[in-house]
Design a protein around this ligand. Sequence first.
Ligand code: GLP
Length: 256
Amino acid sequence: MRIIVCDNYDLLSKKAAQIIGSQMILEPKSVLGLATGSTPIGMYRNLIKMYEEGLIDFSKITTFNLDEYYQLPIDNDQSYHYFMDENLFNHVNINRENIHIPNGMSDDIEAECTLYEEMIDNNGGIDIQVLGIGNNAHIGFNEPTINFNKGTHIVTLEESTREANARFFNSIDEVPTKAITMGTGSIFKSKKILLLASGKNKAEAIYNTVHGKVTPEVPSSILQFHKDVIIILDKEAASLLNEDDYELMSEFTKTK
Ligand code: GLP
């Protein structure tokens, strides 16, 4: 686990984009795992700028998004399909056929989950997965629970998650109660993971991710066992860590 602390959100966003951009330059056919939420928006802005400057090319890139609300039409401006178009896809030369986002409108959600997992595997797995983190340490929409969910599945959102996401809707009543998400297992299979967190309200979740007990009650804690995780934080999100933690390599990583 490598932890990079930045002075502010702008620098966090630039560094994150540089890491994704490097992956794309080194492997133009990369499979990127993408996230929504407010945290990666700055990274997407920087990626668009890098594309406009001719530094990166999306034409052979494949993407898989982490999650989507259940039964929220994709043309709803709060759907994650809409979010990705607005914040990235409409501005770069990605081949639409290479974009994958779970279909929360499917009539057969079980089949959709199985298919999504198969598509990730058939594309050779995810080279680098971007993650935000919920205040309750959820990753994707994997809420605190009694066991780690392996594959893509349907989940009932915690009230605290619905409250946190209500800021994007007209009222909390409009926030869906369910979502379809890649499982912690699907995320863990990614070759590299890039977790981003900004702001004081993420500090506790970050502390628990780095130092807490590995437990499905803190879904992000599983990342302690992954061999290639980079966490980029601003000072507020890092405020409960010690300086010794920065650039920390976990014991697990060292022995690999
Ligand atoms: C949502 C998403 C997560 C995201 C989280 C944090 O619940 N499903 O993928 O990490 O929100 O969002 P934000 O970055 O807006 O704090």
